[in-house]
Design a protein around this ligand. Structure first.
Ligand SMILES: [Fe+2]
Ligand SMILES: [Fe+2]
Length: 341
């Protein structure tokens, strides 16, 4: 572990020779203007900073970090809390550009009751258009459109509560859900897309430690989202490029085999898959300091040029940064039977 390390930009396997010499995208903390005007030199990359499953681990210093570094967009993959209005309001109030996809825990009681609770409605209202389920957020600075996949995903073959989806989105099958993701992509202004999802797609492995492999209950099996896999096939079928799928949900430490770590960074063809669910996202160092986890991605003209896992201290300062290793997965996306629910 490199304490106090600054980002070390090295040529990597991820995007050969594209890693950058410097970020060039950190306006001073005194620059409090928001929304920000374009002060970035035209040739410097745009930054999308990802916050994985929160599960109530959110500190004031995390807000400070985002406000100080001012990514072009902050992405939240959901599971803020268990249908927790308080934590959702905290995130919704962050004075930074953000896009959120809510997770299964964010609709925990709604799914139990098979109907949208007042609390979930309150959370959705708090986020407004920042909650991008089945919607698009344009990031012209990055040359990207960010597409929101299905919110509240539990993973696996079922929607769990079609009633909740029907009530909020008028969707009650996997097939309709895939079509809604595709419709969002059709409305995108860029050919290069990032998909923000709570859980990743089917087709990336069925071992417990695979990126979206099932590690609980009867362990083993692919727990990826069927609708998302189908949507990606169709989106790529009409010439759009899914550059990255950014998700969480399947936590980094697996239940079976106990204590093993999940594979979290995968590349298949030209698409990167990131599972940012490092849970809990705050860890203690040997000297007793608490650091919290972010994933910083940088983009230029629709292409990913750098990815780092970043650890931030109680003052909102970056303390560690490392370049993750991506595992290459050969082959094509699975053919998903779209008639299967
Ligand atoms: Fe989670
Ligand atoms: Fe989850």
């Amino acid at each position: 572990m490199r304490e106090h390390a600054r980002p070390s930009w090295t040529s990597g396997r991820l995007v050969q020779s594209h890693f950058l010499a410097e970020s060039g995208d950190t306006p001073g903390a005194s620059d409090a203007t928001f929304p920000r005007l374009s002060s970035r030199p035209s040739d410097s990359p745009a930054t999308l900073t990802v916050v994985g499953d929160v599960h109530r681990w959110w500190r004031k210093s995390d807000s400070t970090f985002l406000e100080r570094t001012r990514p072009d967009l902050s992405l939240f993959v959901g599971d803020l809390g268990d249908e927790d209005v308080e934590i959702a309001r905290l995130v919704a109030a962050l004075p930074v550009p953000k896009a959120v996809i809510l997770g299964n825990h964010d609709a925990w009681q709604s799914f139990g009751r098979k109907g949208c609770t007042a609390k979930l409605r309150e959370v959705l209202a708090a986020f407004g258009e920042d909650h991008i389920g089945y919607a698009v957020r344009e990031v012209p600075e990055a040359g990207l459109s960010v597409i929101g996949a299905r919110p509240f995903s539990w993973g696996g073959p079922s929607l769990r509560s079609p009633e909740v989806y029907d009530e909020i989105y008028g969707i009650h099958t996997m097939r309709q859900s895939a079509a809604a993701i595709v419709d969002a992509a059709r409305n995108a202004q860029h050919r290069d897309l990032v998909i923000l999802a709570h859980n990743g797609p089917l087709g990336l492995g069925d071992e417990t430690s695979d990126i979206f492999g099932k590690d609980f209950g009867k362990p083993g099996g692919d727990w990826g989202d069927r609708d998302l896999a189908l949507a990606i096939q169709r989106i790529e079928g009409f010439g759009l490029r899914v550059r990255a799928v950014i998700a969480g949900h399947m936590h980094h430490r697996v239940v079976h085999p106990r204590g093993a770590e999940r594979r979290r960074f995968v590349r298949r063809g030209d698409t990167l898959f990131l599972n940012t669910a490092y849970v809990p996202r705050v860890r203690q160092t040997d000297d007793g300091e608490e650091l919290s986890y972010f994933v910083r991605t940088q983009w230029r003209a629709g292409e990913c040029v750098a990815i780092e896992e970043v650890w931030v201290d109680m003052h909102g300062d970056e303390r560690e940064a490392n370049v993750p290793k991506f595992v290459e997965i050969a082959g094509l996306a699975p053919v998903v039977d779209e008639t299967q629910e």
